[in-house]
Design a protein around this ligand. Structure first.
Ligand SMILES: NC(=O)c1ccc[n+]([C@@H]2O[C@H](COP(=O)([O-])OP(=O)(O)OC[C@H]3O[C@@H](n4cnc5c(N)ncnc54)[C@H](OP(=O)(O)O)[C@@H]3O)[C@@H](O)[C@H]2O)c1
Length: 337
């Protein structure tokens, strides 16, 4: 882990989304470097609002915590920036569901509120955690993220737009299932997609490093973890190998997802509340068929070699530690994937 920075490099940083998976790790990475960190959080945070303010304060040890409604311009200025000077904003904030209405409200509009207020507080640098999947934006949440990326680039502030590949939590949903003796689920033959998994801590260090590393300024930064890209089949093989068992897979045809999406879409015309489920099924289909790697716009192909890597922690070491008894990641709404 990097040591604390020299005094002249230290900054006053506002962190958004600090109660989420990457936000927690990022707030800790910024505190470790010696920055003064102020986190804007909701009254009740965490998966399904499960964290109290006391728990949040413990979780974000070393940072100041302020309760702010990021969807309300007045609250962002009054309760958040509070007329004080800040050097940078680091945002890991995003809709927890990815449902269209929430994605536009958070990934786009709430970020616009923060951008506006940040400028008035003297912020010079805005680090945004986006996602590598916005390269091929077929889903509402991707379009919402892209719309804010564009607004940030246009704002004139220094920006670092970090587009990570897949997080460990999103690739860990089958650990328990396999441990209980069931087969590992794959779409097709399990080689339709690949990604370079990145750990929370490796990504957090990369995000925090954006404040000092000039090579990460005014850039869009696709980023994955160390080593080769892995397919879902390789994830399953690794899990079984760690358990000392021969691999056993259950293949699900992608066409089944199409049937589900079609059915929910049609029902959504009559029962609007079903539309959210239809969008979640579309998100599931997207991840079943699209790689989380850099996309070559000329060829339309994903490239592992074109996807930069950072860090040292691997997914398979993480699987080993969870199988050995470490806490499984809190997956929240990502459990649907
Ligand atoms: N999962 C992956 O594999 C993956 C891969 C690449 C990129 N990404 C992207 O990386 C980013 C961070 O992901 P993550 O998994 O760390 O997210 P997460 O765990 O779902 O956390 C989301 C954060 O945003 C906050 N937030 C949500 N709605 C809010 C609202 N209305 N007002 C204020 N704050 C709100 C949450 O606060 P509360 O605690 O109050 O809910 C939480 O702190 C996201 O943009 C995601 O799309 C994810």
């Amino acid at each position: 882990m990097p040591n604390a920075l020299r005094a002249e490099a230290l900054q006053r940083v506002c962190v958004l989304g600090a109660t989420g998976t990457i936000g927690r790790a990022t707030a800790a990475a910024l505190v470790r470097r010696g920055h003064e960190v102020v986190c804007f959080v909701r009254e009740r945070s965490g998966v399904c609002g499960s964290l109290t303010q006391a728990e949040i304060a413990r979780l974000l040890d070393g940072a100041t915590v302020r309760v702010v409604d990021s969807t309300d311009t007045a609250s962002v200025s009054r309760d958040g920036f509070a007329g004080e000077r800040f050097d940078a904003v680091v945002s890991c904030m995003a809709s927890r569901t990815g449902a269209p209405k929430d994605a536009w409200a958070i990934d786009h509009f709430a970020h616009l509120n923060v951008l506006d207020a940040a400028r008035q507080s003297g912020v010079v640098h805005f680090v945004l955690v986006s996602a590598i999947c916005v390269q091929k934006p077929l889903l509402a949440f991707q379009q919402a993220k892209l719309a804010f990326e564009a607004a940030l680039i246009k704002s004139g502030l220094r920006y670092s737009i970090v587009r990570p590949t897949a997080f460990f939590k999103s690739l860990s949903g089958q650990i328990e299932r396999v441990r209980r003796g069931r087969r590992f689920l794959i779409f097709g033959d399990g080689t339709l997609t690949a990604c370079k998994p990145i750990s929370d801590d490796d990504l957090a260090d990369y995000i925090a490093g954006c404040l000092e590393e000039e090579s990460r300024w005014n850039c869009i930064l696709p980023i994955g973890g160390p080593g080769e890209a892995v397919t879902p089949r390789q994830q399953g093989e690794a899990l079984f190998a760690l358990l000392g068992q021969p691999p056993r897979f259950q293949s699900v045809p992608v066409a089944l997802l199409d049937v589900i999406i079609g059915g929910l879409g049609a029902l959504g015309l009559i029962v609007p509340s079903v539309n959210k489920k239809a969008e979640l099924a579309r998100i599931g289909r997207y991840y079943a068929t699209e790689s989380m790697l850099v996309l070559d716009p000329q060829t339309g192909r994903y490239s592992a070699t074109a996807t930069p890597s950072t860090g040292t922690q691997t997914l398979f070491d993480f699987y080993r530690s969870v199988l050995a008894g470490a806490d499984a990641p809190e997956r929240g709404d990502h459990a649907v994937f």
